[in-house]
Design a protein around this ligand. Structure first.
Ligand code: ASP
Ligand code: MG
Length: 437
């Protein structure tokens, strides 16, 4: 069984929703995971923000604006009176629900209910459309089986068991549709897998049912060897290993939700990144044996990084120093990305600055602290294993005309990361591209 996921732009209009059948063969047994229609989740975020700021009128306007878009969409999507009526009842139901929350005490629970409406709408609209044109499909409510535990970790075994039972009830059906992104948390409340989480849903389902393959359909022809928005002449990478893909997804290759690599990797389910606009393009296959020895594969960059430098003579020959520093970040639930150390200083980077002021206050007990925002991590993925040589030198040579703030080498066999001021990102990506490929 395959799992196919279509992103927001792939269901971004009535024409696109109809066009899904150009790619999906309804007689093959598969689960199709859909995102919300492009722009919907952003709008739902805004509505939630208006509610929590007590701006009910603003929320009302936003709801109206957005509902109008769906009114237009269903006019184009359905051909029959009955089909249109179903579509209309559906959007009325979901937007009335959102409107009714104006009278509730607005907490994160209500907010997450609002955020869930986008995927509930897109999947049901497609299901209704298929029904109208006589294509049989089964709508599987993700809230019946997608679950996260108290640490917000998806419960893969639970999902597999639940889904197994549900699928067994439909031995003769082939096309199953479900919502990306949404799930239930350990309290049974509606929750989600964070922005961009539909990829993660697809990978979790793929892992849970031990699918043959997970296909992520977006609007770009695979993972490129550099950022196509910044560098000309980038090319899609045909085959990557899970580890390489995870590094690239995390470090800025926006095409794939970074966490979505791990479930697929753990259960060894290949993931294919494909382009809805160019269905015959090969895209990128991510699988166990995707790595290539003796070369550099790709370059990616992650902006919005803050570097923290801690200088302390107490660190010299001391043990437990780093643990105490890291504990502070742990307490503030702030992940650290890059670390470099000397005997008397440590530099590290974070991208979540929500608790930066409090963190710095505590870290200052250990020594002199400097903080620099607007930094970029440039990550080069390739064969940097124990027996390889020369590649790191080529990377550094390509950026020798730029001030480099940190270098991280040896953390894994396939990644060298450098930290620079974001002003130098474009030049770094271009220079690396020209010299490495
Ligand atoms: N609709 C959600 C978002 O926009 C999830 C997704 O598209 O993957 O973040
Ligand atoms: Mg996405």
């Amino acid at each position: 069984m395959k799992v196919l996921k279509f992103g927001g732009t792939s269901v971004g209009s009535a024409a696109r929703i109809k066009g899904l059948l150009d790619i999906v063969n309804p007689s093959e047994r598969q689960i199709v995971v859909l995102s919300a229609v492009a722009g919907t989740t952003n709008a739902l975020v805004e509505i939630g923000q208006a509610y929590s700021a007590g701006k009910k009128d603003e929320a009302k306007d936003l709801i109206k604006q957005h509902k109008d878009k769906y009114e237009d969409l269903i006019k184009e999507l359905f051909n029959t009176e009955a089909g249109y009526k179903n579509g209309k009842e559906l959007i009325d139901y979901h937007f009335n629900l959102i409107s009714s929350l104006a009278n509730e005490l607005f907490t994160p629970i209500e907010e997450k209910i609002i955020l869930a409406q986008g995927e509930l709408l897109s999947t049901t609209l497609w299901h209704f459309y298929l029904n109208e044109i006589g294509v049989s499909s089964v709508l599987l409510p993700a809230l019946d089986f997608m679950k996260i535990d108290e640490d917000n970790e998806p419960m893969v075994e639970y999902i597999g068991e639940k889904l197994g039972h549900i699928l067994a009830q439909y031995p003769d059906n082939s096309l199953f549709i479900t919502q990306g992104y949404i799930c239930r948390n350990s309290f049974g409340e509606i929750d989600n897998l964070r922005r961009g989480g539909s990829d993660y849903t697809a990978s979790l389902i793929g892992a849970a049912i031990r699918a043959d393959e997970v296909q992520i359909w977006t609007d770009i022809d695979g993972m490129h060897n550099n950022d196509p928005r910044v560098v000309k002449g980038t090319t899609p990478i045909a085959h990557l290993s899970f580890d390489e893909a995870a590094e690239l997804a995390y470090f800025g290759a926006k095409i794939l939700h970074p966490q979505s690599v791990f479930p697929a990797q753990k259960y060894n389910v290949p993931v294919r990144l494909l382009n809805t606009m160019e269905p015959n393009a090969k895209g990128t296959l991510i699988s166990k044996d995707g790595a290539q020895k003796g070369c550099i594969r790709a370059i990616a960059a992650k902006d919005g990084i803050t570097a923290i430098h801690i200088h302390s003579s107490r660190m010299l020959l001391a043990y437990g120093f780093l643990r105490r520093v890291f504990e502070i970040f742990e307490r503030y639930k702030t992940p650290i990305d890059m670390i470099t150390t000397s005997e008397v200083a440590v530099s590290l980077t974070i991208d979540d600055t929500t608790n930066l002021t409090d963190i710095i206050k505590e870290v200052e007990d250990f020594g002199t602290v400097t903080v620099d925002g607007e930094q970029t991590i440039v990550c080069v993925v390739g064969d940097f294993g124990l027996n390889s040589h020369g590649y790191a030198a080529r990377v550094l040579d390509a950026v020798k005309h730029l001030p480099v703030r940190m270098i991280s080498y040896g953390g894994s066999d396939f990644n060298v990361s450098i930290l620079l001021n974001s002003d130098h990102k474009t030049e770094a990506l271009r220079s690396l591209h020209n010299r490495l490929f």
